[in-house]
Design a protein around this ligand. Structure first.
Ligand SMILES: [Cu+2]
Length: 402
């Protein structure tokens, strides 16, 4: 994850500005191929920038987040086991703000739920989710013996049929399959302004390792028709089964080469403002943006603005969001450490702009770190200094498919 930081740090320390020629891409090309070409371009940009990193780390030392599809069966099982381990552990969050949390896994749902209005459509959106993701990954590693890093969901693979994705195929090396069929009339997403058709699920996940998963928090603000909110957030204990309605319509419509190119090197990529508005779906009424897209494709628990980390695929989705931010940062070094937005969701109520000194709030679960820590502003950043095992990047993106 911090490879992005390292890169921007590197660039800022030198008068050398990464230069590269952007090859021309075709909107009709396969988005999976285009994404791996963009990644190669990013890596070679990094390699050409410098060989060493000031904090004693180098490109070759950076930890690597990988595509779930590139993991072996054994690696997938190790990851699944680590998540199940977190689910089996006691929570450590304070019941004063997380009385509904019953497991260590729930701590991460509860904290997201608790700070939702301060971390979406705000200036800290990318950085807060980067920190939350790192915290979850660190818990898997430090508390559950996981040796790898958080895998990501490449939205462009199996975009036409999510049921075929190794993440969702319901096999024993998946993150569970679709929900059972539940009669409903689609979902109302994007703040209730856009109707999306139903998939074939909507009920409890009934296949794969998470088929018996109990969700304890939410729904607080679900999009799916017939999925009734309980009122309240991390203070309302509402044990229910994990529900999904895998909706390939969503990925088919928006996980396109044109949208990918637009946010990484195209018209929406030139400023942090446009990049962020595009990812969060606010730049064009025709495009819900990659962030909402991933959530809406899971639907049900995974699409709840507040409690979406209830679905473990949340972390796969946000790992991919983080990867796109990382790619964008490499291609736009002058914008890479800038922020766009205020400290309130959609600036409502009106508030000041976010600054890189603002703390990222994970309650008492992890230290409140300034945003600059996650963007390599400070040499004194505790996350950067000498913490090799904490570094994680996206170096070997796709690897071999097995
Ligand atoms: Cu979120």
């Amino acid at each position: 994850m911090y490879l992005a930081i390292l890169l921007t740090y590197l660039i800022s320390m030198s008068s050398y500005v990464a230069s590269f020629t952007i090859p021309s891409f075709d909107d009709d090309a396969d988005p999976v191929v285009v994404l791996s070409q963009l990644q190669e371009l990013a890596i070679s940009t990094l390699q050409n920038s410098s060989q060493t990193i000031s904090q004693g780390c180098s490109l070759t030392d950076a930890a690597i987040r990988r595509d779930w599809e590139a993991l072996s069966r054994e690696e997938r099982k190790d990851y699944i086991q680590a998540v199940q381990c977190l689910i089996s552990k006691e929570p450590i969050s304070d019941p004063k703000w997380a009385s509904a949390a019953r497991t260590r896994y729930d701590d991460f749902v509860a904290v997201h739920t608790n700070v939702t209005l301060a971390v979406h459509n705000t200036g800290n959106f990318f950085a807060w989710h980067r920190y939350h993701l790192w915290a979850f990954e660190t818990a898997l590693r430090d508390e559950c013996g996981y040796k790898g890093y958080q895998p990501y969901w490449n939205w462009f693979s199996h975009r036409d049929n999510l049921l075929e994705s190794p993440i969702f195929d319901g096999s024993d090396t998946s993150m569970g399959g679709d929900g059972e069929f539940f009669m409903h009339n689609g979902s109302l997403t994007d703040g209730g302004t856009l109707w999306l058709p139903s998939g074939n699920g909507g009920g409890c996940v009934k296949s794969g390792p998470f088929k018996d998963m109990q969700v304890n928090i939410g729904p607080t603000m679900p999009d799916m028709d017939g999925f009734v909110p309980v009122g309240g957030g991390s203070d309302v204990y509402n044990p229910h089964c994990l529900r999904r309605d895998l909706t390939s319509y969503v990925t088919k419509t928006w996980a396109t080469t044109a949208n990918l190119l637009n946010v990484t090197i195209g018209a929406s990529s030139n400023t942090i403002r446009d990049f962020q508005l595009d990812i969060e779906g606010d730049i064009s009424p025709d495009n819900i943006g990659f962030h909402l897209m991933g959530h809406a494709a899971m639907a049900a628990d995974g699409a709840d603005l507040y409690t979406s980390p209830s679905d473990p695929v949340f972390y796969f989705h946000h790992s991919m969001i983080d990867r796109i931010w990382w790619l964008w940062q490499i291609f736009h070094p002058d914008e890479a450490r800038k922020l766009f937005g205020t400290i309130t969701m959609f600036n409502n109520p009106p508030s000041r702009n976010t600054t890189v000194d603002d703390p990222l709030d994970l309650k008492e679960l992890y230290p409140h770190r300034p945003i600059s820590d996650l963007m390599a502003k400070g040499e004194n950043s505790p996350l950067l200094v000498g913490s090799m095992e904490r570094l994680s990047g996206h170096l070997a993106g796709d690897g071999q498919h097995r």
